[in-house]
Design a protein around this ligand. Structure first.
Ligand code: XUL
Ligand code: CO
Length: 441
């Protein structure tokens, strides 16, 4: 695709194309072929890959032991609006060269926060107008917007859960402005990640009030957006901890309970992030399955953690086996509802070449594509589905289907058990399932 920006930042890098697994070209897809149809949809439609503004364009590699290592050519201007426009040019150049269709942002990824709310809002309006033109020229769409209600020190005690109403109101203003921006840009969804919505110590925390306040706050946001004509879905992004000791949106099951408790189930679904699942001591596929069971599998933040150190390292996905298990859940549950796959991942601090950003996203897209192909082949061609059917075949028998239909009482179970005797031992065959998955990789 032709270059959309005013300036070219990724010089010497062309459009990333599908070349197949035999290709030695590091700047080509080996498995992600956007037009290839898998299980009735193109790969492009299955994934709706998105670039995360914050990691890809704002994160320069700082860590607790040292400053950033990366000098991004779109971050040189001293005027904040010029810098933001350069960043937007870099964003759209990157997204179109990758052949991705979407992006995601926090309000202050787009442009630096000013010293008053009114000035910040003005800056965001200027950027929204600029991004609108770039979207129209390129066909790139906004997968979701969100508000950063966790970085500014005013949010050190939380945003919607803050013990000080004035901070809650400030977060409300920020969410209103971020919703306005998302709606103006035809954003397909809006995300709430509860950055500091949790506690550091229960001793100084009124948990019930804080959770009720988040419930009230999200209902206000939903009502406001619907009044403005927003048709998209709201996503809660579960994460158990970091930066707080305990976050209220701990995992998928906790967040689903929250959504139902506060009457948000018609408007809210979940955005499941791989590394957040790991931090909650779950697998990614577990979190996807929990969300899917509730009809709330909305979107995915793709990345991976580190098995040895347990931090939220936000590395790019590269584990085909695990991603294949996740894609089994995705295919069997009918896919993502409204969302897509956002690469909420960052290149390592010592990956300092601009091309590393491309290599990382190519690897991530190829991991998902390869995993999708594996999962599709396992479902379509292997004994996997048959084995699963057989495992639950007893619920197709006369008595078993009566049980499913709610026709049996506890006394009926008693009578069945008494007449049947000791149940047969039936192997779970886990190793066979694992071998089948391996065989298709
Ligand atoms: C933080 C995280 C966020 C959300 C959006 O761990 O994942 O970037 O995705 O606020
Ligand atoms: Co995320």
């Amino acid at each position: 695709m032709a270059l959309i920006g005013e300036k070219e930042f990724f010089k010497g890098i062309g459009d990333i194309k599908f070349e197949g697994r035999e290709s030695d070209n590091p700047m080509a897809y080996k498995f992600y072929n956007p037009d290839q149809v898998v299980a009735g949809k193109t790969m492009y439609e299955h994934f709706k890959f998105a670039m995360a503004y914050w990691h890809t364009l704002c994160g320069i590699g700082g860590d607790p032991f040292g400053p950033g290592t990366k000098s991004f050519p779109w971050a040189n201007a001293t005027d904040p609006i010029q810098m933001a426009k350069d960043k937007a040019d870099a964003a759209f150049e990157f997204i179109t060269k990758m052949g991705f269709g979407y992006y995601c942002f926090h309000d202050f990824d787009l442009v630096d926060e000013a010293d008053t709310l009114a000035k910040s809002e003005k800056r965001i309006h200027i950027l929204v107008d600029y991004l609108k033109q770039k979207q129209e020229a390129s066909g790139v769409k906004l997968l979701w917007g969100t508000a950063n209600c966790f970085s500014n020190p005013r949010y050190m005690n939380g945003a919607a859960s803050n013990p000080n109403f004035d901070v809650v109101a400030h977060a409300g203003a920020q969410v209103k402005i971020a919703l306005d921006a998302t709606i103006a840009l035809n954003g397909e969804n809006y995300v709430f990640w509860g950055g500091r919505e949790g506690y550091m110590s229960l001793l100084n925390t009124n948990m019930k009030l804080e959770q009720d306040n988040i419930g009230r706050f999200m209902n206000m946001a939903k009502n406001y957006a619907r009044d403005q004509g927003f048709k998209g879905t709201f996503f809660i992004e579960p994460k158990p901890m970091e930066p707080t000791k305990h976050q209220y949106d701990f995992d998928a099951a906790t967040s689903i309970n929250f959504i139902r408790e506060y009457g948000l189930e018609n408007d809210f679904k979940l955005n499941i992030e791989v590394n957040h699942a790991t931090l909650a001591q779950h697998t990614f596929q577990h979190e996807l399955q929990v969300a899917a069971n509730a009809g709330m599998l909305g979107s995915i933040d793709a990345n991976r953690g580190d098995y040895q150190n347990g931090w939220d390292t936000d590395q790019f996905p590269n584990n085909v086996l695990e991603t294949a298990e996740a894609m089994l859940v995705l295919l069997k549950s009918g896919g993502l509802q409204g969302g897509g796959i956002n690469f909420d991942a960052k290149t390592r601090r010592n990956s300092t070449d601009l091309e590393d950003i491309f290599l990382a996203h190519i690897g991530g897209a190829d991991t998902f594509a390869r995993a999708l192909l594996v999962a599709d082949a396992v479902i379509a061609n292997s004994p996997y589905e048959g084995l699963l059917q057989k495992r639950y075949a007893s619920f197709k028998t006369e008595k078993g289907s009566d049980f499913i239909a709610g026709k049996l009482s506890l006394t009926d179970l008693y009578n069945h058990a008494k007449g049947y005797g000791e149940p047969k031992q039936i192997s779970g065959k886990q190793e066979l399932y694992e071998n089948i998955l391996n065989q298709y990789i």
